[in-house]
Design a protein around this ligand. Structure first.
Ligand code: HEC
Length: 113
């Protein structure tokens, strides 16, 4: 049974990840909020997490940076499981965007440029 399920897909992890974006684009040496993270928030987390949203505003650098670990946790959960973000989506952010968020944290959560 499980053989049949696995034989339908050669990479089940990629089925849970948004492939619309160019995952082959390189990751910058230094990931910054303004250059790399804010665009992800604006594309995938607003309006809910924008200035006029009902949830914490992560377009605000300080809010995003103070909650970076929580953000990273939520976007890496299994789609459909409790607390998965972006809420309502069936797939995760692109692998590149997940990698950017992870590296932003290890790079020290820099804001500029
Ligand atoms: C359609 C609206 C919507 C979108 C889009 C959305 N969220 Fe959320 N988010 C919510 C709601 C509603 C909650 C509160 C329920 C919960 O905690 O699961 C929440 C809660 C959260 C929390 C916990 C906040 C806290 O203070 O406990 C984090 C972190 C989070 N979202 C991150 C994100 C990120 C990152 C994105 C984009 C990748 C995103 N969300 C997209 C609606 C949304």
């Amino acid at each position: 049974m499980s053989f049949l399920i696995f034989s339908c897909s050669n990479d089940s992890a990629s089925d849970l990840t948004d492939n619309n974006e160019d995952n082959n684009e390189s990751i910058p040496d230094l990931v910054t909020f303004n250059q790399n993270i804010l665009p992800i928030i604006q594309n995938s987390c607003t309006p809910c997490h924008g200035p006029n949203g009902s949830q914490p505003d992560y377009t605000n650098f300080r809010n995003a940076s103070d909650n970076a670990t929580d953000i990273s946790d939520r976007v890496n959960r299994t789609p459909g499981s409790p607390g998965f973000m972006p809420e309502g989506q069936l797939v995760r952010l692109s692998q590149r965007n997940l990698d950017l968020i992870a590296k932003w944290i290890t790079d020290g959560k820099v804001e500029q440029p």
